[in-house]
Structures are given as structure tokens and as C-alpha cells.
Design a protein around this ligand. Structure first.
Ligand code: GTA
Length: 329
């Protein structure tokens, strides 16, 4: 059936991502650049670019739309941070080409060994039209959503139109990313899985990014939370912080722990990022600190059902169209 097919497709896509990741690790480990692992073939050699969706010289990222075989795909390339533990080898093992010298100032092109030139690569394939729009540079508008607007505009829209959460179910069902799990509480009500977000390459703690995915499958977002969920939220907060301290020696005071509203994926999850790291979506218009969420529900059990919530929507987001049609913008 369709659900089963979609599941196979998603697992297939995950394998694709794993292949890309393995290729990256192999490049790093093998100095001769010869591929020994037959699974590390470069699937992107077949990629045909159709458009650059967005790019940033500052972030050193580029989001590309194109085709992999006959399937639509989005490829995200991101240059990775320079790590302190690689500096000695970077200085001794590179070639240095002088560009200019003026008094005490000089600039060079440092030609580093291949293993330092990795580019973190994310592939979404097959990508839907919604994925293409998500990664396209667009202007945003701030939307004001009352509890009523949620019921009459947002909820019907997300029930029809949101991204598949198959990847989340694959994680919870241990069909994908099992080896990446950092912590697990199997309790069906207050339990969750903590694992690295796929935006984090886990090479340095400076841009640490993990997500906690709740075991309960029917909590869509912040809007569904009531005081009934306090034990769940407190459990994630407490055990998530402990697990990160244990695994990465990063104290709770160095973490930004928050939920997105609106999220992209409507299965409740909590973002754990390093405080100093400006993760995409950590601005005040989208991120809600878990500590505040807990306090708000303690003082008003129906806080998130009744309050007006504010969030940005991109120009091409169908939900924005719904708010406009309803005369709410
Ligand atoms: N471990 O398969 C997955 C997976 N997927 C499909 C999404 N996530 C996953 N994690 C694992 N395995 O933090 C992560 C996402 C995100 C979280 C969902 O789950 O990385 P959300 O529902 O609040 O959605 O959180 P959000 O924040 O809109 O999604 P996302 O993808 O982070 O997009 C926000 C912006 O971040 C994008 O518009 C883009 O500007 C930027 N971005 C997205 N992906 C990348 C990337 N790979 N590299 C650089 N920037 C990126």
C-alpha cells in the first residue's frame, strides 16, 4: 500500500544519505583518495543542477535544486568549521601560495590536504515541491495566530499539507539512525529518543545540535501541549541535559533548549543546541525555550491552546496564503 511504499522510499533515501556520509568519512580516512568501499560511489556525479535555491557566502552554504536520475532532489552543501585539533597538521601538511604582501600584512591561499576539504552534504531525494520551496530564499511575514485561527486555519492546513514524518517514525521504530542514538527513555508516555540533528556533523561541540523526539505520536506541536504534558517536558529537559553533559561534557548552562513554532515536522521534538551557536531558526520569532514552555503551562494549563502565537511564514508558504484568504493578514 501507499504507506508501505512511502516507508520503503524513505528508508531508501536514508540509505542514500548514509552513502553520501560514508563517502565523506572514507575520504577523510583514506589518504590516497582511492575509493575502497564499493558503497562509497559518488551518487552525486549524476546530479544535474536546475537552480540554486539560495546561498550564503557568510554561512558558506548553497542549496541546490536538481535531478538525480529521474527524481527531483535538493542538495545542500556546507563548508565545515576549521577544527583546533587539526591545526598542526594543516600548517605542516599544506602548500602556501602568496597572494599579496604589504608592510606587515600578507594574504595567502592555503592549499590543504584533501581530507581537510570536506563539504558536509545533505541530499533530499525524492524531494517534493514543498521541499524546494522550503529551501528557496524568500521574504517572510510575521503572522499573528489566535487559538481560534489555529483551529480554523492552521490545523486544517497542516492536516492536509505538512511534510511527511516518516523519517521520525523510522527513528522511533529503529529503522534508521539507530547507531546515532545518544539517549533513550522507552517509556510510552514520557519517553523520548535523543540523537544528533542531521544538520550537525558531530565533529566539534561548537555547533552542537541534537533533537529529542517524543515517543508519543499524536502531539503535533506546541499548540497541542497542556499541563498534562508537563511530566513529558520535564523528563526531556532533565534527562536530555544529563545525557549531553555525560556524552559531550557540556553543562546545561551552555545549552539553548527550545521548540519551534511553526515546526516543519508535526511530531513533537525539542532542539538542543550550544548556546553560542546561531542555529537556523533560533530567533525569538520562532524558538520557544523549553524552560518557558514548562513555566507557562504550570501557570496556565491551557496556555498554548488559548494564547496568540507569532511566527514568520515565507512568501510561498501555503499557510500564509490561507491566512491571507481568511483576511488575517
Ligand atoms: N537526525 O532525517 C533526519 C532529519 N530531518 C529530515 C530533519 N531533521 C533531521 N534530523 C535527523 N534526521 O532541526 C532535523 C532538522 C531540524 C529538525 C526539525 O529535525 O535539521 P523543525 O520541525 O522545527 O524544522 O525541526 P525546521 O527547523 O524548519 O527544519 P530545518 O530543516 O532545520 O530548516 C530550517 C532552516 O535551516 C532551513 O530553512 C535552512 O535555511 C536551514 N537548513 C536546513 N538544513 C540544513 C543543512 N543540512 N545545512 C545547513 N542549513 C540547513
Amino acid at each position: 500500500d501507499t504507506a508501505a511504499k512511502r516507508e520503503t522510499d524513505t528508508v531508501g533515501t536514508d540509505e542514500l544519505t548514509q552513502k553520501v556520509k560514508r563517502a565523506r568519512v572514507d575520504d577523510e580516512n583514506g589518504d590516497d583518495g582511492v575509493e575502497k568501499d564499493p558503497e562509497s560511489e559518488n551518487i552525486l556525479s549524476e546530479f544535474k543542477t536546475s537552480a540554486v535555491l539560495s546561498d550564503s557566502a557568510r554561512e558558506k552554504t548553497i542549496f541546490i535544486h536538481g535531478k538525480l536520475g529521474d527524481q527531483e532532489a535538493v542538495v545542500i552543501l556546507e563548508k565545515t568549521p576549521i577544527r583546533e585539533d587539526t591545526l598542526a597538521e594543516l600548517f605542516t601538511g599544506s602548500k602556501l601560495k602568496l597572494e599579496m604582501k604589504n608592510d606587515i600584512y600578507s594574504t595567502y591561499q592555503l592549499l590543504a590536504p584533501a581530507k581537510f576539504n570536506e563539504i558536509k552534504t545533505t541530499v533530499v531525494c525524492p524531494a517534493t515541491e514543498k521541499h524546494v520551496k522550503k529551501y528557496q530564499r524568500q521574504e517572510s511575514s510575521l503572522v499573528e495566530e489566535t487559538g481560534e485561527d489555529y483551529k480554523s486555519i492552521t490545523l486544517p492546513y497542516i492536516q492536509k499539507q505538512s511534510f511527511s514524518v516518516q523519517w521520525v517514525h523510522n527513528i522511533l521504530d529503529k529503522k534508521a539512525e539507530t547507531e546515532r542514538i545518544v539517549f533513550e527513555d522507552p517509556d510510552p508516555d514520557v519517553g523520548f529518543l535523543l540523537l544528533p540533528d542531521f544538520k550537525w556533523d558531530q565533529k566539534q561541540v561548537d555547533d552542537l545540535y541534537l533533537i529529542a523526539i517524543v515517543n508519543q505520536r499524536d502531539i503535533k506541536s506546541l499548540r497541542d501541549l497542556t499541563s498534562e504534558h508537563l511530566p513529558l517536558l520535564q523528563n526531556i529537559f532533565q534527562k536530555g541535559k544529563e545525557a549531553i553533559l555525560q556524552r559531550y561534557s557540556l553543562a546545561a548552562s551552555k545549552l539553548r533548549v527550545y521548540l519551534h513554532y511553526q515546526p516543519s515536522y508535526y511530531h513533537l521534538h525539542v532542539h538542543f543546541t550550544k548556546l553560542g551557536y546561531q542555529a537556523p531558526g533560533c530567533g525569538v520569532e520562532r524558538a520557544h525555550l523549553l524552560a518557558d514552555v514548562i513555566q507557562n503551562l504550570q501557570s496556565d494549563p491551557e496556555y498554548y491552546k488559548t494564547r496568540t502565537l507569532y511566527f514568520p511564514l515565507r512568501a510561498e508558504d501555503g499557510l500564509l496564503g490561507q491566512f491571507k484568504e481568511a483576511g488575517r493578514l
